[in-house]
Design a protein around this ligand. Structure first.
Ligand code: ZN
Length: 366
């Protein structure tokens, strides 16, 4: 029983009030459930946020001598407010810059929270990122509402039939997990329909370097899961914030056909002196091993896709059948069944990107 729970017993009320409350008052409130804070270097904190119904993108907070810089701002403003409350436990300095790594919603929707709290905050992104935001974001409320309808319909059907879409039994555990994830998605969609989107107001093209006191921030535009993504390197601390150029523990890719420029960006970044890497999603990495693993994966996919096409493969399914990633799968999953399922679900998307890139974007049918 916790000290707080014990306080509910009348017999111990006086003791608790005398002992527990003063010590609690001296402590900051605990982080919300699911929020994880990792200090990567002096004043550099990764916040891994609680499940949000979308993709739990990372936020990194850098506390300088006189101000604070935030890299990526979450998909739900309610999550951003949790991060801001955590920042307030660390410092009362103002957030001066928010950096948006790319245009996908899980990396910038919370801009509105910082803009409201810190008038004049500079929100940094590449010019192309800002253009994509303006053109794609208006579609999101409709896209997410459609996604919710499909999830809800699939759940209703599984309950009715007692089976998953692949014919396997829909177990009680699966029903409980699916119901709670549909519910979480419902609240995510509701928040997206009312959100006020705040766009970047400080744009750059290739590189941007600035200083806050002695701390140097090197931003560069790189190719990744989104075109013209921003990567931040702190040269003194040797910390690299990669946005969705890198996702752990299984790399995914949603861009349409851009894998070779992505490989080139990963290789250039792997040449940096690095003590910590923050991927767009997943735990911080303390060495370059995973970065090299993703480069190996991409290069293997590209080489195998090229070989299949040169042998006469026509449609993307032909290519999917012959690309063999068994040894790479083992290096990502180490036999973990859940990671294997993720890997198997994710690779067709990467293979399709390589197929389309190899054919200048064209996807053929028989
Ligand atoms: Zn993301």
């Amino acid at each position: 029983m916790s000290a707080q729970a014990a306080c509910t017993f009348a017999a111990t009320l006086a003791l608790c009030c005398l002992v527990a409350i003063p010590s609690l008052a001296a402590q900051p409130a605990p982080a919300p459930a699911g929020m994880e804070k990792v200090e990567l270097a002096d004043g550099v904190y990764l916040f891994r946020v609680p499940p949000d119904g979308y993709a739990r993108a990372n936020t990194t907070v850098i506390i300088n001598g006189r101000d604070v810089v935030v890299f990526d701002s979450n998909v739900r403003p309610s999550t951003t407010r949790l991060v801001l409350a955590e920042i307030r436990k660390l410092t009362d300095k103002p957030v001066r810059f928010v950096i948006n790594s790319h245009w996908h919603p899980d990396h910038w929707t919370g801009n509105s929270v910082y803009a409201a709290e810190f008038p004049g905050v500079q929100i940094i992104a590449t010019e192309e990122t800002a253009e994509f935001m303006k053109r794609v974001a208006p579609s999101w409320p409709a896209v997410f509402a459609g996604g919710f309808k499909r999830r809800e319909a699939a759940l209703t059907e599984a309950i009715k039939s007692g089976k998953n879409a692949d014919g396997t039994p829909f177990t009680a555990d699966q029903r409980r997990d699916t119901e709670s994830s549909v519910e979480l998605y419902r609240s995510f969609v509701a928040e997206q329909t009312t959100v006020a989107r705040v766009f970047p107001n400080l744009l750059y093209r290739d590189r941007l370097t600035f200083f806050s006191g002695a701390r140097e921030f090197r931003l560069s535009s790189q190719s990744g899961d989104a075109l013209s993504s921003t990567v931040l390197y702190l040269p003194k601390e040797k910390v690299l914030l990669m946005g969705d150029l890198l996702v752990s523990p299984i790399q995914w890719g949603t861009n349409s056909y851009q894998i070779t420029p992505w490989i080139n960006s990963l290789k250039a970044l792997a040449a940096l002196d690095i003590k910590a890497i923050v991927p767009g999603h997943g735990a911080a990495l303390r060495d370059k091993e995973y970065l090299h693993l993703v480069i190996d994966l991409f290069e293997s996919i590209v080489a195998q896709v090229h070989a299949a096409l040169e042998e006469g493969a026509v449609i993307v399914d032909d290519v999917q059948k012959v690309v063999n990633l068994d040894s790479l799968r083992a290096r990502f999953t180490h036999g973990d069944a859940e990671l294997e399922a993720d890997f198997n679900a994710t690779m067709p998307g990467l293979i399709k990107i390589a197929y389309k890139e190899s054919r200048d974007g064209m996807e053929s049918r028989r």
